[in-house]
Design a protein around this ligand. Structure first.
Ligand code: FES
Length: 242
């Protein structure tokens, strides 16, 4: 099967099957997934705690696309391809706070809005304008403590994709704008990404794997236009007797 031609999804659960095994192992699928999913949709890239002050920045590798996110002087977030317009060196590494972004290859200097401020030794170069060499923009948006980017200029806005999730979060009693990132833990799962997502999205395992924390009897899967949602109430706290 040509992986570029994917069969339609069977949305009837009674007759639906899991994805073919080859989709999890064939390297030909990842470029297609990048192009059709990860480079066209809003992707979480970090916490707003990384970019609270003017000049704060952090870098992120979005499935092979190097990005840099900055907090500018007017308080807004900007995101760029972390690729210098000269010979494609990175203009930032890691995270931190800087007045400007400077490529470490030949020293081109950009402001926090991506505008080229200085190109050493380019004085006198004809038919060349620094205005044509701004860092390439990427769409960026915040929701509560979360920063998202989207590489697709024509994709719907983040809030359109979230739909009524913000209202539901508020109704559940959470003030998303007051939430802060306290700690980050990374878990590396040695598997195709879809294995993890498949398992995360099914509630079949909840009575066995999470009997003391999650309540399956009130589990409610909901399919939205852009997102699948799973409502799983947390049980009142009780110690795990196992
Ligand atoms: S590659 Fe960035 S200044 Fe040359």
């Amino acid at each position: 099967m040509n992986p570029a031609i994917l069969p339609p999804v069977d949305s009837n659960l009674a007759t639906a099957w899991t994805l073919p095994a080859r989709w999890y192992t064939d390297p030909a699928f990842l470029p297609i997934e990048k192009e059709r999913i990860f480079y066209r949709t809003w992707q979480w890239v970090g916490s707003t705690s990384l970019v609270q002050r003017v000049g704060d920045f952090f870098t992120y590798d979005l499935y092979g696309e190097p990005l840099v996110i900055t907090r500018t002087h007017d308080g807004s977030l900007r995101a760029f391809h972390n690729v210098c317009l000269h010979r494609a060196g990175p203009v930032a590494t890691g995270k931190g706070n800087r007045k400007s972004l400077q490529c470490r290859y030949h020293g081109w200097l950009y402001d926090l809005n991506g505008k080229l401020l200085n190109a050493p030794e380019f004085e006198g170069v004809e038919n060349w304008s620094p205005d044509a060499y701004c860092l390439r923009n990427v769409r960026v948006a915040e929701w509560g403590p979360f920063v998202f980017v989207n590489l697709e200029p024509s994709a719907p806005a983040l809030l359109d994709v979230l739909g009524n999730i913000p209202a539901e979060v508020q109704r559940a009693g959470f003030d998303i704008d007051q939430m802060q990132s306290i700690e980050r833990r990374d878990y590396y799962v040695d598997a195709n990404w879809k294995v993890y997502i498949d398992n995360y999205l099914e509630g079949y395992h909840i009575p066995i794997a999470h009997p003391w924390t999650l309540s399956r009897d009130r589990l409610r899967p909901v399919s939205r236009r852009h997102l699948p949602l799973l409502f799983v109430p947390v049980r009142p706290h009780s110690p795990d007797p196992r």
